[in-house]
Design a protein around this ligand. Structure first.
Ligand code: HEC
Ligand code: HEC
Length: 400
């Protein structure tokens, strides 16, 4: 069994153990080099603006264009699931900044995921993965969960079916050349357990390469209203910037200039079931993994780039609009009278100290929403590099 809280000491099938060892051990020759100043340079064209520091690349999975392109094909391939019905892109749509517009999506067997599908935007800079898991430090480890997890079932791969799934991929002629180009040092990169290690590394490379820094905010083309909203966002009255900090608007950011890495989580007072400060199970956030009551309801502050495209909001998709997200903050937590889970989140004893009520007018709410909308990157959601390569009748043409 492999659950969402992978790494929390649960048993896993042999294949998954073998993969995890491969993912953390066995160093490949890294194309990432260190210059005289100790700053690291990448063999991959990240295409970043000058002021954005490079993200870290795992020693055993340095970025290459070839792995990125293989990962892109796998990301959009439903053959990578137990019954051919689900791909990563089923829950991560490019036009929605790789979220899916649903409160909660279902996997290959129809089982509902308890959490909202996350946007995949600048994931390379996140120092923890998913809504609230402190044990997932790399994208590669995270990807094991949708592929092999059985609680809930997403792609539904397991000991019994992974060999057949691999045979289906081997039967696709395009993959022979894509795998060979991505892993030139291997004689048969599409065979056996090594193929699964390669699949995870390629998917990790594609997700890591989903980069968005071309919004009105970045271009300096924000409206007057958005500029007013930005001042509110950065004000001590609203406190947004404390947790949604830095160039990705999250304090969970790490890059190659980061010397001290702190993995942070916060309880924003969405729930207070029965007055005990509990969040509805299994969505108890960091507490789900650590079991520590003080971690109840703590989640990672999500990055806010492209957030206007990713409704509904919060870890369980229980908030419909950006306006309502802001109203919950203004109240110092959510008071919900109707099911499911009515209760007064404002009274949650584990609430983060920054979540205090503030007064805000309707027009200020609209200003703040205009600011969040100015973080939308139209080039990102239209970028052909990130799009489905299987629909263009030219699978072998990989030119971006
Ligand atoms: C059934 C829907 C579904 C499928 C299929 C799916 N995901 Fe996700 N994805 C989610 C949900 C839900 C989360 C949040 C999980 C959580 O918090 O526990 C998530 C989170 C992530 C994250 C973490 C992002 C972050 O900022 O921390 C990454 C990376 C990711 N998915 C990549 C993938 C890849 C790659 C695939 C294909 C192998 C995939 N997903 C398949 C629903 C899905
Ligand atoms: C104490 C830290 C903290 C502060 C202060 C804070 N946030 Fe958040 N924010 C979070 C966390 C954590 C979540 C996810 C909570 C959850 O889903 O349970 C979140 C979620 C959000 C979301 C939903 C994003 C998504 O992808 O679903 C938006 C939008 C948002 N915050 C905007 C703001 C704004 C605007 C402010 C200021 C009024 C603000 N935040 C203040 C930590 C914070």
């Amino acid at each position: 069994m492999i659950k969402r809280q992978l790494g929390a000491g649960i048993c896993r099938p042999a294949l998954v153990v073998a993969l995890l060892i491969m993912l953390t051990g066995c160093l490949e020759q890294s194309r990432t080099t260190v210059d005289d100043q100790g700053a690291r340079v990448s063999g991959f064209d990240w295409g970043l603006p000058d002021h954005i520091p490079l993200p870290r690349e795992p020693e055993d999975n340095p970025m290459t264009e070839e792995k990125f392109q293989l990962g892109r094909h796998l990301f959009y391939d439903t053959r990578l699931s137990s019954n051919g019905t689900i791909s990563c892109s089923s829950c991560h749509h490019q036009d929605k900044a790789f979220s899916d517009g649903l409160a909660q999506a279902s996997g290959a067997t129809g089982e509902r995921h308890p959490r909202n599908s996350q946007a995949l935007v600048n994931v390379a800079w996140n120092n923890s993965l998913t809504w609230g898991n402190p044990s997932l430090g790399t994208i590669e480890k995270q990807i094991m969960i949708p592929l092999f997890g059985d609680d809930p079932i997403e792609h539904g791969l397991n000991e019994g079916n992974h060999e057949q799934v691999l045979r289906n991929l081997q039967a696709e002629p395009v993959y022979a050349s894509l795998f060979a180009e991505a892993f030139p040092e291997q004689s048969d990169p599409l065979a056996g357990d090594l193929a699964w290690d390669n699949i995870v590394k390629a998917l990790g490379s594609f997700v890591r390469g989903l980069v968005s820094f071309d919004s009105d905010f970045d271009r300096g083309t924000m409206s007057e209203q958005a500029l007013r909203g930005e001042r509110l966002f950065n004000s001590e009255r609203l406190e947004c910037f404390h947790c949604h900090a830095g160039y990705n608007f999250t304090d969970a950011t790490t890059d190659r200039l980061t010397t001290f890495n702190t993995v942070l989580f916060h309880n924003t007072g969405l729930y207070n079931i029965d007055g005990l400060g509990a969040y509805p199970s299994p969505n108890t956030g960091r507490h789900e993994v650590t079991g520590n009551p003080g971690h109840m309801g703590q989640f990672r502050a999500p990055g806010l780039r492209n957030v206007a495209l990713t409704a509904p909001y919060n870890h369980d998709g229980s908030v419909d609009t950006l306006e309502d997200v802001i109203r919950n903050y203004a109240a110092g937590g959510r008071l919900r009278v109707s099911p499911p889970y009515p209760g007064d989140g404002r009274m949650n004893p584990y609430k983060d100290g920054f979540i205090v009520s503030f007064s805000i007018t309707e027009s200020e709410i609209q200003d703040l929403v205009a600011f969040l909308e100015s973080l939308t990157d139209q080039a990102f959601i239209a970028n052909p590099r990130f799009s489905n390569p299987w629909t263009d009748n030219s699978n072998k043409d990989l030119t971006p």
